[in-house]
Ligand binder design. Structure first.
Ligand code: FAD
Length: 393
């Protein structure tokens, strides 16, 4: 088998890159370890930056998103008995967010790929990228007990944090930066109307809580939990009680509860691998970096890597220039580190960090300071809606 760009992973990064390249006429094949149904069964992100939504439109996958997604122009920070709205649109010069689930983004991209005749090989086993430090990269993999080799010109490692691509890079060529937080998020999805039309991020002495949503009748709620907590420890009743305790009373009293249709615990981590290019292998999305979900940046950062890789490959194939390939890593990392900083800061600001009353007073002072000035609110808004992209020419 032969192609130009072999993409490992059919998450949002791989599918979006594949679709953008197909529209340019650049042949590509996606290899995915799981089945399509498994990929679609993962409940993850749901808040899209305007730049991510624009890129999905450019990939031809924006029609349902524009019909069913909800534009959000603000978020609320709740702390110390107060609620402070951050007017994202006004403070960021007109930008807003779009609430549309990652599952739906993935479904739309899969449908577009199928319609365009793009090849995705699901349930590919023992996927091994090889030869990418030389000029003849290839991928070995197994499918239904048979061995295959996919020859290519470039490999896009879009295979998430636990994928094989980053692990295939010689250890000496890679530098990793990591912070693991001593708490996690317990999340539930319920067929209930959202607590509020906009997201509420709550800092409470019992721990962080978040009211989010996917649609008018689908809500996503989170509470900070310990790393020892198990989903089985949390009945729906216990979850709703704890959530209500952490929300402003006016929100808690009107909260509509119901049976959970999904419940999971996610650990929180910050992680960056540098660089993101090794010969002819490019890492993109969670394969190269992880953020705690507090700033809603994970999926959006994946999309911004894809945007940069797409630009670079467009110039490479359109103008025959190879010099741009070497700009991929540094261009991505400049934006990634700013998003890492914001996600770390939001996490530190909103979670119960320890039992020390000093830490709590500092958090409340920080929240009071940032929400009390236009400059502070603007800082939050411009980071939340997504910092500008760097163009590669
Ligand atoms: P992934 O979505 O991880 O996709 C990688 C794909 O590669 C997967 O389909 C995987 O099966 C495949 N793969 C892995 N290994 C191999 C292999 N060896 N061979 C072939 N295929 C392979 N972000 C936010 O912005 N907001 C949120 O609220 C949010 N919530 C999250 C909740 C959870 C529980 C998790 C885990 C993540 C959350 N994120 C959130 C992060 C966001 O979902 C990710 O940033 C996003 O999925 C990254 O997309 P990706 O395509 O780079 O990686």
């Amino acid at each position: 088998m032969k192609t130009q760009v072999a993409i490992i992973g059919a998450g949002p990064s791989g599918l979006l890159l594949g679709q953008l390249l197909l529209r340019l006429g650049i042949p590509n094949v996606i290899l995915e370890a799981k089945s399509a149904a498994h990929v679609l069964g993962r409940i993850r992100a749901g808040v899209l930056e305007q730049g991510t939504a624009d890129l999905l439109r450019e990939a031809g996958a924006g029609e349902r998103m524009d019909r069913e997604g909800h534009v959000h122009e603000g978020i609320t920070l709740a702390f110390d008995g107060r609620q402070q709205r951050i007017d994202l649109k006004r403070l960021s010069g007109g930008k807003s967010m779009l609430v549309y689930g990652q599952t739906e983004v993935t479904r739309d991209l899969m449908a577009q790929r199928e319609a365009a005749g793009g090849m995705t090989i699901y349930e590919a086993q023992d996927v091994q990228p090889r030869g990418f430090l030389g000029d003849r990269p290839r991928i070995d993999f197994m499918r239904e007990g048979e061995h295959f080799t996919l020859e290519c010109v470039y490999i896009a490692g879009c295979d998430g944090f636990h994928g094989v691509c980053r692990q295939s890079v010689p250890a000496a060529a890679l530098r990793c930066f990591e912070r693991v937080y001593p708490f996690g998020w317990l999340g539930i999805l319920s067929r209930t109307p959202p607590a509020s039309p906009e997201l509420i991020y709550a800092n409470h002495e019992r721990g962080f809580a978040l009211c989010s949503m996917r649609s008018d009748m689908l809500s996503r709620y989170y509470v900070q939990c310990t790393l020892e907590d198990k989903v089985a420890d949390w009945s729906d009743e216990r979850f709703w009680e704890e959530l209500k305790r952490r929300l402003p009373p006016a929100v808690a009293t009107t909260l509509v509860t119901g049976p959970s249709i999904e419940k999971s615990i996610a650990p929180l981590r910050s992680f960056v691998a540098e660089p993101m290019k090794f010969g002819r292998l490019f890492l993109a999305g969670d394969a190269a970096h992880i953020v705690p979900p507090t700033g809603a940046k994970g999926l959006n950062l994946a999309a911004s890597d894809v945007r940069t890789l797409y630009q670079v490959l467009k110039i490479r194939y359109g103008q025959g220039r190879e010099d741009v390939l070497d700009r991929y890593s540094d261009t991505c990392l400049r934006r990634i580190w700013k998003a890492e900083r914001f996600s770390w800061w939001m996490t530190s600001l909103l979670h119960r960090l320890d039992d020390d009353p000093f830490s709590r007073r500092i958090q409340l002072a920080d929240l009071d300071y940032y929400t009390g000035s236009v400059a502070g609110r603007t800082t939050i808004a411009e980071n939340y809606v997504g910092l500008p992209y760097e163009e590669i020419t």
